[in-house]
Design a protein around this ligand. Structure first.
Ligand SMILES: Nc1ncnc2c1ncn2[C@@H]1O[C@H](COP(=O)(O)OP(=O)(O)OP(=O)(O)O)[C@@H](O)[C@H]1O
Ligand SMILES: [Mg+2]
Length: 443
């Protein structure tokens, strides 16, 4: 039976580039269903319509993907029947007085991510994630909104016979503002990251009600959007799972839970790779509030061990963003601990390399000259005879300061020896300050 015979009336509610969507009525009452029917015409490609049916069948039964109730691929105009959504995301956002709250937006985005994860696992890219292709089904009683991703007409199936259709797809590039830039250039270049771009754009749209290319919300959520919409593909989350983790992390930091200690902060960072300023502030606070411990072992475990696990880009970021005074104060603290542990233990211990490496990371990224000098001085004063440092010192001497001044300054630090030769010939020094001497020798 043709779908037309199954109802007493139907009215067009959506006109897409590849099909018409009709709402079906019986005796003047909506059946709660719609039919999308292939609409013949110039540039319209029946194969693509048929493929949308195949894709929807392949992804069937996912709660966040629109489900097919009935279909016909054999009629002159193929069609499929699906539940009618009260709103598209476009209507929902545009008709609400305010833009959505972050909580509402995240609630919806999480459902999109569920749908996409399922699709990607089945080798399907959506490639046209835009507000008019996202359907919302609010539950009148609970108030909860179920989201279902629809319109897979630009969908791409990595497997099977989809490749020959790519050319045709180029005519439908997806919707401005939501489609990834690389997809504009060449549709066949789309990857998982192209869908991820659109998720970022959708999130921005929900929070601003405006074109996501031009308007982005402020606040913590911004970092997710920026990551997703990065023009550089490789900087976007690598897959939906990674993006989901970012969302989980976002939820965690916006809930009232406070990170307990620096290990928490660092392990969260290593896990989610999210840099934002709130996070860095937490880190600063912890770095500055470290208690001092008189025992070397304690200092190492409580102070250094978590710190040296900090990734280099995080150090860089912190040095650049935190105020000069905080960084300097932190460096003072760190250097004090470093000297203490060095003197107490007399270690040429392995970890020293990492401790020095960490502070050199700071050194390379701070601009305040007093902070640099403080680090320099500490390194010389420590018994750090490891070769990596001599490289840093050489660089420092050749680049950062006037050589004469630096040598002079270093001499003052190095226990008042008059000349470099005298200093170098001192056996005790030559062991303690091996790297420094090495560095001096190139001068
Ligand atoms: N299940 C549904 N319930 C309610 N409205 C729907 C439903 N499916 C589609 N629509 C409406 O019809 C419009 C067009 O549908 P759809 O996006 O699937 O078609 P399309 O031909 O692929 O459109 P385009 O390619 O232009 O995006 C949607 O934007 C939406 O407004
Ligand atoms: Mg559409």
């Amino acid at each position: 039976m043709s779908w037309r015979e199954s109802c007493s009336k139907y009215t067009a509610i959506g006109k897409g580039s590849y099909g018409m969507v009709y709402e079906l009525f019986n005796n003047g009452v909506s059946t709660g269903q719609v039919v999308k029917e292939f609409n013949d015409g110039e540039f319209r490609d029946k194969r693509r319509f048929l493929r949308e049916i195949d894709i929807l069948l392949k992804l069937h039964f996912h709660p966040n993907i629109i489900n097919i109730i009935e279909y016909s691929k054999s009629d002159d105009s193929p069609w499929f029947r699906m539940p009618k959504a009260p709103y598209t995301l476009h209507h929902y956002v545009k008709n609400s007085v305010e833009s959505l709250t972050e909580e509402e937006a995240i609630y919806l985005i999480e459902q999109i991510l569920e749908a996409l994860e399922h699709a990607h696992q089945h080798d399907i890219l959506h490639r046209d994630l835009a507000p008019s292709n996202i359907l919302l089904f609010p539950d009148v009683i609970s108030g909860q909104v179920t989201l279902k991703v629809a319109d897979f007409s630009l969908g791409r199936d990595f497997t099977s016979e989809s490749a020959p259709l790519t050319k045709t797809i180029d005519m439908g590039l997806g919707q401005d503002g939501f489609v990834a830039p690389e997809q504009h250039e060449q549709t066949s270049q789309t990857t998982v990251q192209s869908d991820i771009y659109s998720v970022g754009a959708l999130l921005a749209f929900m929070l601003t009600k405006k074109d996501p290319r031009l308007y982005k919300p402020t606040g913590r959520i911004r970092s997710i959007i920026d990551k997703c919409m990065d023009t550089e593909l490789t900087r976007r989350p690598k897959d939906i799972k990674a993006l989901k983790e970012m969302v989980i992390y976002y939820k965690k930091i916006t809930s009232n839970k406070v990170r307990r200690n620096i290990e928490d902060i660092i392990s969260e960072y290593n896990r989610y790779k999210l840099l934002n300023f709130d996070y860095m502030n937490d880190l600063s606070k912890h770095l500055l509030n470290y208690e001092e411990h008189s025992q070397g072992g304690w200092t190492y475990n409580l102070y250094f061990k978590p710190l040296i696990n900090i990734r280099y880009d995080l150090i860089t970021y912190w040095c650049q963003k935190a105020d000069m005074y905080s960084v300097h104060k932190f460096v003072q603290n760190y250097c004090k601990q470093l000297l203490r542990i060095n003197k107490q233990t007399g270690w040429g211990f392995k970890a020293m390399e990492k401790l020095g490496g960490f502070i050199m990371g700071v050194f390379n990224n701070v601009s305040y000259i007093d902070t640099k000098l403080l680090i320099f001085r500490t390194i010389i004063e420590c018994r750090c005879g490891f070769p990596e440092l001599s490289g840093h010192l050489k660089e420092l001497m050749s680049k950062e300061y006037d050589v004469d001044n630096l040598t002079h300054y270093s001499m003052l630090i190095l226990e008042k020896k008059e000349t470099l030769l005298e200093y170098r010939d001192d056996y005790e020094n030559s062991i303690r300050h091996y790297s420094f001497i090495e560095a001096l020798e190139i001068l």
